[in-house]
Design a protein around this ligand. Structure first.
Ligand code: P6P
Length: 349
């Protein structure tokens, strides 16, 4: 289980700690923080609280099923997808510190600077990852990543958010997700550790449950869609064959909803794999608003994230919706897979 360390904020925040309080206490440590970020984050928390209540009622109210439209990814848009996207666009876009928004559901960046906005934050999100699972009550999630516009003196002078947003994951100032499951849990980092909150429906607040989460270095559990293994790279097939040996002794867990699979690994350790396949030669998961935020979180928690040869956070995106192969989880488990990818084969017994 991820270790929980003593809160460095406890002296500031005795007793019940909400995510807003936590962000403000966090910001007190950074003189330049102006409270803009905590107001920005409140846009995400309010939108996801509303979404959590809708997800809980899926089936009771007419939000099951598809809208009949396709998104930029060529995927069928679920009714809740559309609702989640509209909610996040509205609640985050309302914050004047935001200069642009990007979503899995929108083909291009929503440029708020066109309206004379001078916000420095660039917010990217997957509004409802795993939404195809909604109709069968499998957990889904919202993933977000926050960048800032490059320094250019006066924000309004020059610059184009459509290109400025194409920054490597190392430039993220914050990232996180909300998992809509048996509990609604929010996990975020601003580069100062990974912190977990649970939505208390009785008070309508995300309440701190763990700070500075650390993912276990080893855990013999892998998470992959084995149906695709016939067209995985041979080195990945060799890794999976090894995990099934008695000596290796691995188990397998796969929800098919990235946020749920990732959260289990953050809490208990393991390795999530989405390798290149014949159907998805560049992998399926998107770099900017799925792989990058989760890579930021896992590295802050002591884990690792690769696309194969490269660290995810060092990849410079060429396109907003580009996909990437993804191997993410416990540092020791990623290292074993990496050895297979480098042709070094299995670790010594
Ligand atoms: P597959 C959901 O559609 C998603 O984008 C991720 O949440 C999930 O990890 C992945 O696709 C599952 O893909 O090919 O195994 O169905």
């Amino acid at each position: 289980m991820a270790e929980k360390s003593g809160s460095p904020y406890q002296e500031l925040l005795p007793g019940l700690v909400t995510v807003q309080q936590h962000i403000i206490a966090n910001q007190r440590r950074h003189a330049e923080a102006t409270g803009e970020f905590s107001f920005l984050l409140s846009g995400i928390t309010i939108a996801t609280k509303v979404l959590a209540s809708k997800v809980r009622k899926a089936g009771l109210v007419d939000i099951f099923g598809a809208t009949g439209e396709q998104n930029v990814q060529g995927e069928t848009v679920q009714k809740l997808d559309r609702m989640a996207n509209d909610l996040l666009m509205h609640c985050i876009g309302y914050r004047r510190s935001v200069g642009a928004l990007a979503s899995e559901e929108n083909e291009t960046v929503v440029d708020l600077t066109e309206t004379g906005r001078t916000g420095k934050y660039l917010v990217l999100f997957d509004p409802l990852d795993g939404s195809s699972n909604i109709d069968v009550n499998i957990p889904t999630g919202t993933i977000f990543s926050i960048l800032v516009r490059p320094e250019r003196g006066e924000w309004q002078q020059g610059g184009d958010v459509h290109t400025e947003i194409l920054q490597p994951g190392l430039k993220q100032v914050a990232a996180g997700y909300v998992l809509y499951s048996s509990a609604t849990t929010l996990v975020y980092t601003t580069g100062n550790g990974v912190h977990q909150f649970v939505l208390d429906p009785e008070i309508g607040a995300y309440v701190l449950v763990a700070e500075r989460l650390q993912v276990p270095a080893r855990k013999k559990v892998y998470s992959v869609n084995e149906a695709n293994s016939g067209t995985f790279p041979k080195e990945v097939q060799d890794y999976l064959a090894w995990t099934k040996t008695e000596a290796a002794g691995y188990s397998s867990r796969y929800v098919g909803s990235f946020v749920a699979d990732f959260h289990r690994i953050l809490m208990q350790g393991g390795l999530f794999l989405y390798p290149p396949t014949a159907k998805a030669p560049s992998g399926k998961l998107r770099l900017m608003y799925e792989a990058n935020p989760m890579a930021f979180l896992i590295e802050q928690a002591g884990g690792a994230a690769l696309d194969g040869p490269q660290r995810i956070l060092e990849k410079t995106p060429k396109k907003l919706h580009e996909r990437t192969p993804l191997y993410i989880g416990s540092k020791g488990e990623v290292a074993i897979l990496q050895a297979f990818l480098q042709g070094k084969g299995a670790p010594p017994a």
